[in-house]
Design a protein around this ligand. Structure first.
Ligand code: SF4
Length: 389
């Protein structure tokens, strides 16, 4: 059967979403970032921020609804009346006649059809009433949706009234992802975040007061060598003052050609080694004891992906992985970095379980250091991250 939904231009989709929104349908309400000055961030550089019209976004939602009807019609042919099976999903993904919208919707429905992420970098820069109307239309069109999330800058949240935020919450927005990055005013100034620790606390607290789940992103390594202690300590202080539901780690990286790359080359920013970053994370975890937040290390840029648990209840467990890494001999540490950054290891625990599998990576780390300046393992980390962008 050929799918029947509209073959008109596909819905517009922005370039990124948080890792935790992998199963979400993406709806783009604005393009790019209204700030766009953070020195580490490559995502929207050279692009101008713009607000999509309400009509254009509503038309995208209607187009996705048409696609969903076509996908469900195809599933019904094989007796599927509820969830979309993997077989139906794959047949649509492989069907040259299927539209991009149908493929996206098939995948989304197969994964539950319950989560939506609103793009791009700061959706709440739009008037709250406009976003609320879009949310209402979205939730009416897809009644299976039970989680709608978005990125927002803390300064944008500060500029919204509690009533406006409550309007958005009532219209169906449930979670806000906020790039806190650091709680140190020096680090925030260095990276040109355009927000102070006070903005972060005020903006996030407002969102929590309005009933949102708040998810704060922080970037280990972002203070470089100069600010590593302040970055760890003051970030913990700010996060404790906020009390977000989730704290997500996303290791800092340097993108070639970025302002941070220029600063690094000029000596104004000194990159931490991987083990320094792990020590920094441990210090931040110490500062977070007492916080009622879940800590997650779910970004592929992170060396230690198994750091996960409650900041207070699981404090010892959270530190255990960091301690296990730092307790390794330098050879084994480098071997794990090589394995992890070449895509051969995902978890430290699994890596350490098989001593014979470690040997080739010890040899490879040794070889890299001999042919290079001794910092090739760090170069490998940056290469890995660049390949992942
Ligand atoms: S606010 Fe976010 S998207 Fe915008 S430049 Fe900064 S990190 Fe990038």
């Amino acid at each position: 059967m050929t799918l029947q939904s509209s073959k008109a231009t596909a819905c517009e989709v922005g370039p990124i979403r948080p890792p935790s929104e992998a199963t979400s349908l993406l709806i783009r309400v604005s393009r790019n970032c209204p700030w766009n000055k953070c020195v580490f961030c490559p995502v929207y550089k050279g692009e101008k921020f713009s607000k999509r019209t309400e009509e254009a976004v509503m038309a995208d939602i209607d187009r996705l609804a048409q696609a969903a009807t076509a996908v469900r019609g195809r599933a019904a042919l094989t007796g599927e009346l509820g969830a979309i099976s993997v077989e139906t999903c794959l047949s649509i993904l492989r069907d040259p006649a299927a539209t991009e919208d149908e493929k996206r919707v098939a995948l989304w429905l197969h994964r539950g059809g319950a989560h939506v992420f609103i793009q791009d970098a700061d959706s709440l820069a739009l008037p709250a009433e406009r976003v609320a109307r879009i949310l209402t239309h979205l939730c009416q069109t897809f009644p299976s949706v039970n989680r709608v999330t978005t990125y927002a800058r803390s300064r944008t949240l500060v500029a919204k009234s509690i009533d406006q935020l409550k309007t958005l919450r009532s219209a169906g927005l449930t979670r806000i992802h906020i790039g806190v990055e650091s709680g140190s005013k020096d680090v925030l100034a260095l990276i040109q975040k355009g927000a102070t620790p006070e903005h972060h606390v005020e903006g996030c607290r407002r969102a929590i007061e309005a009933g949102f789940e708040v998810c704060c992103y922080v970037m280990p390594g972002l203070g470089g060598r100069q600010f590593t202690h302040a970055h760890a300590d003051e970030t913990a202080t700010v996060l404790k003052a906020i009390g977000p539901k989730h704290i997500r780690l996303r290791t800092m990286w340097i993108v070639p050609g970025s302002p941070l790359d220029d600063m690094h080359r000029a000596g104004a920013f000194q990159l931490l080694e991987e083990d320094d970053v792990v020590a920094e994370i441990m210090r931040m975890l110490d500062g977070l004891v007492g916080a009622d937040s879940q800590i997650v290390s779910d970004h592929d840029f992170n060396l230690l992906m198994e750091i996960e648990g409650h900041a207070t209840d699981d404090a010892a467990l959270l530190k255990q992985t960091c301690e296990a890494f730092l307790a390794l001999s330098p050879e084994k540490r480098d071997a794990f970095i090589v394995a992890r950054r070449t895509g051969h290891a995902r978890s430290l625990n699994a890596f350490l379980k098989d001593p014979t599998a470690i040997q080739p990576f010890i040899a490879e780390a040794d070889r890299l250091k001999k042919i290079g300046s001794g910092s090739l393992v760090k170069g490998l980390t940056m290469d890995f991250i660049h390949r992942s962008i």
